[in-house]
Ligand binder design. Structure first.
Ligand SMILES: Nc1nc2c(ncn2[C@@H]2O[C@H](COP(=O)(O)OP(=O)(O)OP(=O)(O)O)[C@@H](O)[C@H]2O)c(=O)[nH]1
Ligand SMILES: [Mg+2]
Length: 224
Protein backbone atom coordinates (compact mmCIF):
# COMPACT_ATOMS: atom_id res chain seq x y z
CA UNK A 1 0.00 0.00 0.00
CA UNK A 2 1.61 3.29 -1.10
CA UNK A 3 1.75 6.43 1.06
CA UNK A 4 2.54 10.08 0.40
CA UNK A 5 3.21 13.22 2.43
CA UNK A 6 3.71 16.77 1.23
CA UNK A 7 6.17 18.46 3.56
CA UNK A 8 7.30 22.11 3.72
CA UNK A 9 10.81 22.80 5.01
CA UNK A 10 10.62 26.10 6.87
CA UNK A 11 12.72 28.21 9.20
CA UNK A 12 14.66 31.44 9.42
CA UNK A 13 17.32 32.27 6.78
CA UNK A 14 20.62 30.35 6.81
CA UNK A 15 19.47 27.65 9.22
CA UNK A 16 20.31 24.88 6.73
CA UNK A 17 16.98 24.10 5.02
CA UNK A 18 18.45 23.61 1.55
CA UNK A 19 21.43 21.67 2.91
CA UNK A 20 19.05 19.31 4.69
CA UNK A 21 16.89 18.80 1.60
CA UNK A 22 19.99 17.94 -0.45
CA UNK A 23 21.20 15.52 2.23
CA UNK A 24 17.81 13.76 2.48
CA UNK A 25 17.66 13.36 -1.31
CA UNK A 26 21.32 12.32 -1.52
CA UNK A 27 21.73 14.79 -4.35
CA UNK A 28 22.11 18.52 -4.68
CA UNK A 29 19.01 20.16 -6.08
CA UNK A 30 18.84 23.28 -3.88
CA UNK A 31 21.63 25.82 -3.72
CA UNK A 32 23.46 26.48 -0.46
CA UNK A 33 25.52 29.44 0.66
CA UNK A 34 26.86 30.98 3.85
CA UNK A 35 24.91 34.14 3.03
CA UNK A 36 21.32 34.37 4.36
CA UNK A 37 18.35 34.48 1.97
CA UNK A 38 19.98 32.26 -0.61
CA UNK A 39 16.78 30.42 -1.53
CA UNK A 40 14.44 32.86 -3.25
CA UNK A 41 11.80 30.59 -4.63
CA UNK A 42 10.13 27.32 -3.69
CA UNK A 43 12.17 24.26 -4.67
CA UNK A 44 10.51 20.88 -4.81
CA UNK A 45 12.34 17.65 -4.02
CA UNK A 46 10.92 14.14 -4.13
CA UNK A 47 12.13 11.23 -2.00
CA UNK A 48 10.63 7.80 -2.63
CA UNK A 49 11.68 5.17 -0.11
CA UNK A 50 9.89 1.85 -0.16
CA UNK A 51 6.16 2.47 -0.20
CA UNK A 52 6.42 6.10 0.90
CA UNK A 53 6.85 9.16 -1.24
CA UNK A 54 7.82 12.38 0.55
CA UNK A 55 7.33 15.51 -1.53
CA UNK A 56 9.38 18.33 -0.01
CA UNK A 57 9.19 22.03 -0.67
CA UNK A 58 12.30 23.96 0.33
CA UNK A 59 11.22 27.52 1.10
CA UNK A 60 13.01 30.86 1.39
CA UNK A 61 14.10 31.77 4.92
CA UNK A 62 11.24 33.46 6.77
CA UNK A 63 12.55 36.93 7.67
CA UNK A 64 11.60 40.53 8.37
CA UNK A 65 11.06 41.87 4.83
CA UNK A 66 12.73 45.14 3.79
CA UNK A 67 11.55 45.23 0.19
CA UNK A 68 9.07 43.71 -2.28
CA UNK A 69 11.29 40.71 -2.95
CA UNK A 70 11.41 39.95 0.78
CA UNK A 71 7.63 40.25 0.99
CA UNK A 72 7.23 37.85 -1.95
CA UNK A 73 9.66 35.39 -0.39
CA UNK A 74 7.71 35.43 2.89
CA UNK A 75 4.44 35.05 0.97
CA UNK A 76 5.87 31.96 -0.69
CA UNK A 77 6.50 30.48 2.77
CA UNK A 78 2.94 31.25 3.94
CA UNK A 79 1.42 29.81 0.75
CA UNK A 80 3.49 26.65 1.07
CA UNK A 81 2.56 26.09 4.70
CA UNK A 82 -1.08 26.51 3.70
CA UNK A 83 -0.89 23.65 1.20
CA UNK A 84 1.04 20.80 2.81
CA UNK A 85 0.30 17.83 5.09
CA UNK A 86 3.13 18.61 7.50
CA UNK A 87 6.04 20.96 8.16
CA UNK A 88 9.66 20.35 8.96
CA UNK A 89 10.69 23.30 11.11
CA UNK A 90 14.43 23.92 11.31
CA UNK A 91 16.13 25.85 14.08
CA UNK A 92 19.66 26.67 15.10
CA UNK A 93 21.16 24.76 18.04
CA UNK A 94 21.58 27.97 20.08
CA UNK A 95 19.91 31.31 20.68
CA UNK A 96 16.39 32.51 21.31
CA UNK A 97 13.66 32.08 18.72
CA UNK A 98 13.25 35.33 16.83
CA UNK A 99 10.04 37.20 15.95
CA UNK A 100 9.72 35.49 12.57
CA UNK A 101 10.17 32.02 14.03
CA UNK A 102 7.42 32.83 16.55
CA UNK A 103 5.22 33.94 13.63
CA UNK A 104 5.82 30.61 11.93
CA UNK A 105 4.79 28.81 15.11
CA UNK A 106 1.59 30.91 15.18
CA UNK A 107 0.91 29.85 11.59
CA UNK A 108 1.29 26.20 12.63
CA UNK A 109 -1.03 26.70 15.61
CA UNK A 110 -3.75 28.30 13.49
CA UNK A 111 -3.63 25.39 11.04
CA UNK A 112 -3.16 22.69 13.68
CA UNK A 113 -0.22 21.61 11.56
CA UNK A 114 1.73 18.44 12.34
CA UNK A 115 5.29 19.73 12.70
CA UNK A 116 8.56 17.90 13.11
CA UNK A 117 11.24 20.02 14.76
CA UNK A 118 14.74 19.48 13.44
CA UNK A 119 17.47 21.14 15.48
CA UNK A 120 20.17 21.54 12.86
CA UNK A 121 23.95 22.10 13.06
CA UNK A 122 24.37 19.88 16.12
CA UNK A 123 27.94 19.28 14.95
CA UNK A 124 28.55 22.70 16.52
CA UNK A 125 27.50 21.43 19.96
CA UNK A 126 29.73 19.21 22.10
CA UNK A 127 27.72 19.32 25.28
CA UNK A 128 24.74 16.92 25.41
CA UNK A 129 23.36 18.84 28.40
CA UNK A 130 23.19 21.96 26.22
CA UNK A 131 21.21 20.05 23.59
CA UNK A 132 18.76 18.71 26.18
CA UNK A 133 18.18 22.24 27.49
CA UNK A 134 17.61 23.36 23.92
CA UNK A 135 14.97 20.67 23.39
CA UNK A 136 13.18 21.67 26.62
CA UNK A 137 13.24 25.34 25.54
CA UNK A 138 11.91 24.69 22.02
CA UNK A 139 9.22 22.21 22.99
CA UNK A 140 7.72 24.81 25.34
CA UNK A 141 6.53 26.70 22.22
CA UNK A 142 4.68 23.98 20.31
CA UNK A 143 3.45 20.43 20.58
CA UNK A 144 5.84 19.02 17.97
CA UNK A 145 5.09 15.58 16.52
CA UNK A 146 8.76 14.69 16.93
CA UNK A 147 12.05 16.41 17.72
CA UNK A 148 15.16 15.30 15.88
CA UNK A 149 18.59 16.90 16.36
CA UNK A 150 20.47 16.68 13.04
CA UNK A 151 23.48 17.85 11.15
CA UNK A 152 22.62 18.49 7.52
CA UNK A 153 26.26 18.80 6.51
CA UNK A 154 27.50 15.71 8.39
CA UNK A 155 24.34 13.68 7.77
CA UNK A 156 23.89 12.91 11.48
CA UNK A 157 20.41 11.53 12.31
CA UNK A 158 19.04 12.35 8.86
CA UNK A 159 17.78 8.76 8.48
CA UNK A 160 15.92 9.03 11.82
CA UNK A 161 14.35 12.24 10.55
CA UNK A 162 13.16 10.52 7.38
CA UNK A 163 11.68 7.71 9.51
CA UNK A 164 9.69 10.30 11.50
CA UNK A 165 8.46 11.93 8.29
CA UNK A 166 7.46 8.52 6.97
CA UNK A 167 5.05 8.16 9.91
CA UNK A 168 3.19 11.28 8.74
CA UNK A 169 2.43 9.93 5.27
CA UNK A 170 -1.14 9.09 4.25
CA UNK A 171 -2.31 6.11 2.27
CA UNK A 172 -2.35 7.45 -1.28
CA UNK A 173 -0.97 6.81 -4.76
CA UNK A 174 2.43 8.39 -5.44
CA UNK A 175 2.17 11.73 -7.18
CA UNK A 176 5.45 11.37 -9.10
CA UNK A 177 7.24 8.44 -10.77
CA UNK A 178 9.38 6.73 -8.11
CA UNK A 179 12.68 7.80 -9.70
CA UNK A 180 11.75 11.50 -9.68
CA UNK A 181 14.11 13.73 -7.71
CA UNK A 182 12.60 17.09 -8.40
CA UNK A 183 9.61 18.50 -10.21
CA UNK A 184 11.54 21.70 -10.84
CA UNK A 185 11.82 22.67 -14.53
CA UNK A 186 15.42 22.35 -15.81
CA UNK A 187 15.64 26.06 -16.56
CA UNK A 188 14.88 26.85 -12.89
CA UNK A 189 17.56 24.39 -11.73
CA UNK A 190 20.05 25.89 -14.20
CA UNK A 191 19.24 29.40 -12.96
CA UNK A 192 19.74 28.25 -9.37
CA UNK A 193 23.15 26.69 -10.14
CA UNK A 194 24.26 29.94 -11.79
CA UNK A 195 23.13 31.89 -8.71
CA UNK A 196 25.13 29.57 -6.46
CA UNK A 197 28.26 30.14 -8.56
CA UNK A 198 27.72 33.90 -8.33
CA UNK A 199 27.39 33.61 -4.53
CA UNK A 200 30.68 31.66 -4.52
CA UNK A 201 32.52 34.29 -6.58
CA UNK A 202 31.09 37.09 -4.43
CA UNK A 203 32.35 35.27 -1.35
CA UNK A 204 35.74 34.86 -2.98
CA UNK A 205 36.07 38.62 -3.33
CA UNK A 206 34.72 39.27 0.12
CA UNK A 207 36.84 41.14 2.67
CA UNK A 208 36.25 38.32 5.12
CA UNK A 209 38.98 35.74 4.57
CA UNK A 210 36.91 32.92 6.10
CA UNK A 211 34.51 33.20 3.15
CA UNK A 212 37.20 32.71 0.56
CA UNK A 213 37.15 28.90 0.70
CA UNK A 214 33.57 28.89 -0.60
CA UNK A 215 34.79 30.00 -3.99
CA UNK A 216 34.38 27.30 -6.57
CA UNK A 217 36.54 29.06 -9.17
CA UNK A 218 39.72 27.66 -7.66
CA UNK A 219 41.03 30.87 -6.10
CA UNK A 220 41.84 30.49 -2.44
CA UNK A 221 41.76 34.17 -1.64
CA UNK A 222 41.13 36.70 -4.36
CA UNK A 223 42.72 39.46 -2.31
CA UNK A 224 46.14 37.85 -1.91
N1 LIG B 1 28.09 23.47 10.78
C1 LIG B 1 27.01 23.26 10.02
N2 LIG B 1 26.71 24.13 9.03
C2 LIG B 1 25.60 23.89 8.30
C3 LIG B 1 24.76 22.78 8.55
N3 LIG B 1 23.73 22.83 7.67
C4 LIG B 1 23.94 23.91 6.90
N4 LIG B 1 25.06 24.55 7.27
C5 LIG B 1 25.64 25.77 6.67
O1 LIG B 1 24.73 26.85 6.87
C6 LIG B 1 24.78 27.75 5.75
C7 LIG B 1 23.39 27.95 5.21
O2 LIG B 1 22.94 26.73 4.63
P1 LIG B 1 21.68 26.71 3.64
O3 LIG B 1 21.35 25.27 3.42
O4 LIG B 1 21.92 27.57 2.44
O5 LIG B 1 20.60 27.39 4.58
P2 LIG B 1 19.11 27.82 4.21
O6 LIG B 1 18.31 27.69 5.44
O7 LIG B 1 18.63 27.08 3.02
O8 LIG B 1 19.33 29.35 3.87
P3 LIG B 1 18.31 30.34 3.07
O9 LIG B 1 17.95 29.69 1.78
O10 LIG B 1 19.16 31.57 2.89
O11 LIG B 1 17.15 30.59 3.97
C8 LIG B 1 25.75 27.12 4.75
O12 LIG B 1 27.02 27.73 4.92
C9 LIG B 1 25.77 25.66 5.15
O13 LIG B 1 26.99 24.99 4.80
C10 LIG B 1 25.11 21.86 9.59
O14 LIG B 1 24.46 20.85 9.88
N5 LIG B 1 26.25 22.18 10.30
MG1 LIG C 1 17.94 27.75 1.21
Amino acid sequence: MTKTAFVAIVGKPNVGKSSLLNKMLGQKIAIVSSKPQTTRTKIMGVLTKGETQLVFTDTPGFHKPHNKLGEKMNEAVGDTVGGVDACLFLTEPRGELNEQELQLLDMFKKQKMPVILAINKIDMINDKEELLKRIVYLTSFYDFTAVVPVSATQGDHVDELIDELDKLAFESPHFFPDDTLTAQPERVLAAEIIREKIHGIANCFSNTPTFSWHCSCGRKNART
